[in-house]
Ligand binder design. Structure first.
Ligand SMILES: Cc1cc2nc3c(=O)[nH]c(=O)nc-3n(C[C@H](O)[C@H](O)[C@H](O)COP(=O)(O)OP(=O)(O)OC[C@H]3O[C@@H](n4cnc5c(N)ncnc54)[C@H](O)[C@@H]3O)c2cc1C
Length: 344
């Protein structure tokens, strides 16, 4: 029987974008290696909110996999004056602890036959149609296609071109308090495209904050101002919002997830975009199609959300938003919009 030998593929980064792409490739018989600088399970600064569209996508790709989550159906919006709107969602948001969720996806990839190497990439170069990666220990690996799934500070992206979008700095603290079981969002007109939030999951409660001009001092002040639990160590990370896709799209080097700037600049949601672009990269390789073509809806969507974010966080719009939200008769309509937004 004739067996097809696929050319080797390396994915840098074992977050959800990398493992989704790797899982689909390994299942299709590709020689696939994921390289991550840390051994899993690893800590990840993230609210861990899987929206209905994200957990549906996880199910479509990985089938009925088991992962721990806290189902949350109530979403509260606050200002410093208190709650100004609360919505009961039709479909739950699943709040996961990222260290556990990411390990579940990585295990599925390994089960499908994928290889994992724990190492940090130090150098990338191209020679005779091959992409060569030099590790910290000077070992060199070669592949035909390289996938950059290495997050918001992507090394692969730096190799392609050091053009980063204007990024949102986010900070978080984790505590053991389980008294709040809803998602709570705190808005304030002083934030430049961002918010403060409480995201509880099965293991802990995450208190976070971020916007384009976020500072560690202001985070402390906001925790005090909103009366939030001050426990926990502050950890910071970037969300690559407001992407303009000014890096080159190459056939043999593909950026997915945060590395490619695929996030919703209104909400900061990135998990759906990471998993979807991971799937699109795998489809483009398996079907021999151009990634930019397969992924065109994601690019269009991210650009559109960038424009929506600029309007949503505009001071004048924020004023009207708070006022509209306090009109009780508009709540069914607002709930419909919230449901639609997180589901589609
Ligand atoms: C504070 C905060 C809260 C968030 N909350 C939410 C939320 O509630 N819901 C949501 O949908 N999204 C949220 N996001 C966004 C979400 O976390 C990201 O969009 C998502 O993790 C992107 O997945 P990824 O696979 O692209 O990258 P990552 O999950 O960041 O994975 C990248 C991997 O690459 C590895 N790596 C990096 N550099 C190298 C290197 N040089 N060599 C080898 N390996 C390397 C890292 O170790 C890491 O494991 C949040 C983000 C932040 C910062």
């Amino acid at each position: 029987m004739l067996s097809i030998t696929h050319k080797p593929i390396i994915i840098v980064g074992a977050g959800p974008s990398g493992t989704t792409c790797g899982y689909l490739l390994a299942k299709a018989g590709y020689d696939c290696t994921i390289i991550d600088k840390v051994r899993f399970p690893r800590e990840k600064t993230c609210g861990g909110g899987l929206t209905p569209k994200a957990h549906k996508l996880v199910k479509d790709i990985f089938g009925d996999i088991k992962y721990d989550y806290l189902p949350v159906k109530r979403l509260e919006f606050h200002t410093a004056k208190g709650v100004f709107a609360a919505f009961e969602l039709d479909n739950e948001i699943r709040n996961v602890a990222r260290e556990d969720f990411d390990k579940v996806l990585l295990d599925k990839y390994v089960e499908a036959g994928g290889k994992v190497i724990t190492a940090r990439i130090r150098k990338i170069r191209e020679k005779d149609d091959k992409v060569l990666l030099t590790m910290e220990d000077k070992q060199i690996l070669s592949c035909d296609t390289l996938i950059g799934a290495d997050g918001a500070n992507s090394f692969v992206r730096k190799y392609l071109r050091l053009v980063y979008p204007k990024t949102l700095l986010m900070m978080e603290k984790k505590n053991d308090d389980k008294s709040v079981r809803d998602i709570v969002i705190y808005f304030d007109k002083k934030y430049d495209c961002g918010y403060t939030y409480v995201f509880p999951n099965m293991k802990q409660t995450i208190v976070g904050y971020g916007h384009l001009k976020a500072t560690i001092n202001e985070f402390g002040e906001e925790i005090g101002r909103f009366g939030l639990n001050p426990e926990g160590k502050v950890k910071g990370a970037y969300i690559p919002a407001f992407e303009k896709f000014r890096y080159p799209f190459k056939k043999n080097i593909i950026l997915i997830g945060d590395a490619g700037g695929y996030v919703d600049s209104v909400t900061g949601e990135g998990l759906y975009y990471a998993i979807k672009t991971g799937q699109n990269a795998a489809v483009s390789i398996i079907e021999g199609r151009d990634f930019k073509e397969v992924n065109k809806d994601m690019i269009r969507r991210v650009k559109k959300l960038n424009r929506v974010a600029r309007i949503f966080y505009n001071r004048l719009f924020q004023d009207s938003f708070y006022k509209i939200c306090t009109v009780k008769s508009l709540h069914p309509w607002l709930t419909k919009i919230a449901n639609y937004y997180i589901a589609k």
